[in-house]
Every structure is written in C-alpha cells, then in structure tokens.
Design a protein around this ligand. Structure first.
Ligand code: CA
Ligand code: CA
Length: 205
C-alpha cells in the first residue's frame, strides 16, 4: 500500500513537472493575443487570422557589408480597395541577422508611419537596415490601437531606400510574409513575394 501511495506521489510530481513548461513556451499566448479565430471554421477547425508582416533580408555575404547592411526599409503601407488604410505601427520587432558588424540604421521604429526618408545619404537614418535578419510588425489605421487583420486582395507597399544615382547596386533583396503571430516561424506564415527596391505585394489567403 505504501509503495502504491509513493508511486502515486511520484506520478503526480512527474505530471506537474511535465506540464509546467507548456505554459511558458508560448502555446497559450496564441489564443491570448487574438491570432486564432475562436469562431472556428464550421467543421470544428480553427481559422487562422493573419495580422503580422515579416520582412526577411536576403543579405548573407559579409563581402557586401556597408554601414547600412542589407535591405533598408523606410515604411510599409496597406491598401484595400485602392485606398491606403494603414501603415506599419506599434513596436516592430527586429531580429538582426548580424551578418555585418556595423549597422548605423538598426532602430525598427523607423519603419512606422508614412515614408519619410528622402535622403538616404544623410546621417539621420529614418529607415531600418535588416543586416541579414528580419523585422516583424503589424499594420494600424490612423488613431487605432487594433491591428488590421489581412483580407484577400489587400496589397502591401514596401518602401526601400536606395541611392537613385546608383540604384542597381543599392537596391537590396528581401522577402515578405504575412503571419498569424509574432513567433518568427515562417512555416506558419504565407509568403507573398520578393522585392528589391520598392515593392507591391498582394495578400492571397
Ligand atoms: Ca543597405
Ligand atoms: Ca521611415
């Protein structure tokens, strides 16, 4: 009997230890941040909604290092029915790839709002250089604190700064995804295209 009781205590402890990390590894947050549509799809499945944008740099070569390494993102606008309805906002999350040691444009807040970099040669750097990494963000209508959920046919306009006198060399490649959450796991995202310089990407859910 004592043996049985002891085994029961060990089992309960083991279960508690096994369950503990599940609450901390992000499984729960998917529901909390509203990325899963709780209404379901009618057949019992959950319908994912996409409100995050992920822009992945294509820079991999340290030979290409400059003080602004990789794609230089100034701003992102969202168009629906031909009208601009939102821009990148909130607090963009930057995962620098650290391909190059120096990056003088590493502030992800510089991609928010309307395009504002009209001189990429000056020192104020109103853009984000991705340095082989990626940036994650949501789109907000003016004055709204709720991010836009993407619909079929929406288009994202990405502005990448480049030197117009030497555009072929200073435009750099990047890939655009829409994602259901901020995990950065592109296997959960939808790829919507590749850009070099300014680019327009259509959402196809
Ligand atoms: Ca660059
Ligand atoms: Ca900007």
């Amino acid at each position: 009997m004592k043996k049985l009781l002891l085994w029961g205590v060990i089992s309960v402890l083991g279960l508690a230890l096994a369950c503990g990390p599940l609450d901390e590894n992000g499984d729960v947050t998917e529901g909390v941040d509203g990325t899963v549509d709780g209404t379901g799809g009618g057949d019992g499945t959950q319908q994912l909604t996409y409100s995050w944008v992920l822009i992945q740099d294509e820079l991999t070569d340290t030979e290409a290092c400059t003080t602004n390494p990789g794609a230089d993102i100034d701003a992102v606008q969202l168009y629906r029915g031909g009208e601009e309805i939102a821009t990148a906002g909130g607090n963009p999350i930057f995962h620098s790839g650290n391909v190059c040691e120096t990056n003088t444009a590493s502030d992800p807040s510089k991609i928010t709002g309307e395009p504002d970099e009209d001189n990429p040669e000056d020192s104020n750097n109103l853009f984000l250089s991705l340095n082989g990494g990626y940036v994650l963000f949501q789109m907000f209508e003016s004055g709204s604190t709720d991010p836009v959920v993407f619909q079929n046919g929406d288009t994202l306009q990405v502005y990448e700064v480049f030197n117009p006198d030497n555009s072929d060399k200073t435009k750099e490649g990047y890939q655009v995804y829409i994602c259901p959450d901020s995990s950065g796991d592109t296997s959960k995202c939808k790829y919507i295209g590749e850009g070099k310089g300014d680019g327009t990407f259509t959402v196809n859910l």
